[in-house]
Design a protein around this ligand. Structure first.
Ligand SMILES: [Zn+2]
Length: 135
């Protein structure tokens, strides 16, 4: 081999995954935990306003919605089955309770779940978080 040294992720310092995910769930920068992760709603800010960490490398795509649907589905279906077994609610009552609850839960979870996914991607150096050039 020549004297050229290639930077690989093996040579990069390890990042703790769990704290990065927790910081992301709090919608904070996975690096410093201070700066806001999101600019608008689900739009990740290009870089942290506090530490300058580049966050635009995220590619969360459909993963946060899958996680959100799974969590909300488990909560709603469990509650619905318990209520159905113990009460005699009409179909209209069920619709008036479960549809708004599912909507509110989904909206409440979307940002923290995406934050957690971006935090995980940052910690394991996925996509551009590993320092390699983007295509
Ligand atoms: Zn930061």
């Amino acid at each position: 081999m020549s004297g050229v040294k290639i930077l690989t992720d093996i040579e990069q310092p390890k990042r703790a995954v769990r704290p990065a995910i927790i910081k992301g769930i709090k919608c904070k920068c996975p690096n410093c935990g201070e700066g806001a992760m999101f600019g608008k709603w689900l739009k990740v800010t290009p870089e942290c306003s506090v530490c300058g960490e580049e966050l635009h490398h995220e590619e969360a795509q459909d993963f946060p919605p899958y996680i959100t649907i799974t969590i909300v589905g488990h909560i709603i279906v469990t509650l619905l089955m318990v209520v159905e077994a113990r009460t005699d609610w009409s179909l209209a009552t069920h619709l008036l309770v479960w549809i708004p609850m599912a909507t509110v839960l989904t909206l409440a979870l979307m940002q923290p779940v995406k934050g957690g996914v971006v935090g995980m991607q940052w910690a394991v150096r996925m996509f551009g978080f590993g320092g390699e050039k983007e295509a």
